[in-house]
Design a protein around this ligand. Structure first.
Ligand code: AMP
Length: 195
């Protein structure tokens, strides 16, 4: 099963990605987690990449396609992805969509389904502000939160259409309790994939 989960920041992608990965026994790969790891691990040495990634994340913008695609290609080259994977937070630009298609084509595979978590943006901003209080994520202040929503609308929302045109998009209502949304996702995916 080769899956993506997409949706606006704060829709619960990370939480649902872990649930989907557990349910189907595939690894969940989050580019946001990978970048947070890079920014943090290199704090002591302050490598150029770490500083760059950190500043971009703090601004709410996107890391370059060049860096992002390379990181994903390396991760998808690891053995645990042979039977499938779920990508969370990637692709986010048209260039990343093309790069992913190419990576998969090289391995003779392609995506099976793309889960689109749908949620109202105002509701999401207030959810993110609450998460900022609880988790203290460095990129969760009001300005960055609004900026991330804007960047999503400008650069990422249209990508859903690409996957809809391919007939692999699975829309799921993302509002509700975590387990309830999870069950909705499993049911929608099973129906789509004929499982
Ligand atoms: P996330 O945890 O998915 O919200 O990602 C947090 C931050 O990491 C984003 O705001 C971006 O700065 C960066 N990031 C994560 N995934 C990508 C990607 N696919 N392309 C570019 N930047 C990314």
């Amino acid at each position: 099963m080769r899956l993506l989960i997409m949706g606006p920041p704060g829709a619960g992608k990370g939480t649902q990605a872990k649930g989907i990965a557990d349910h189907y026994g595939i690894p969940a790969i989050s580019t946001g987690d990978i970048f947070r790891g890079i920014a943090k691990a290199d704090e002591a040495t302050a490598s150029e990449l770490a500083l760059q990634v950190k500043n971009i994340m703090l601004s709410g913008g996107y890391v370059s396609d060049e860096i992002t695609n390379q990181i994903v290609a390396e991760r998808l080259g690891e053995a645990d992805t042979a039977q499938g994977f779920l990508l969370d937070g990637y692709p986010r630009t048209a260039g990343q969509v093309d790069a992913l298609d190419q990576m998969l084509a090289e391995g003779g595979t392609r995506l099976d389904a793309v889960v689109s978590l749908e949620a109202d943006q105002d509701e999401l901003v207030s959810r993110l502000l609450k998460r900022a209080e609880i988790e203290g994520r460095a990129d969760d202040n009001e300005e960055t939160i609004r900026k991330r929503q804007e960047v999503y609308v400008e650069q990422t929302a249209d990508l859903l259409k690409v996957y809809a045109d391919r007939g692999i998009l699975v829309g799921v209502d993302g509002l509700g309790e975590i387990d309830e949304v999870g069950e909705r996702i499993f049911a929608a995916l099973d129906a789509k994939l004929g499982r």
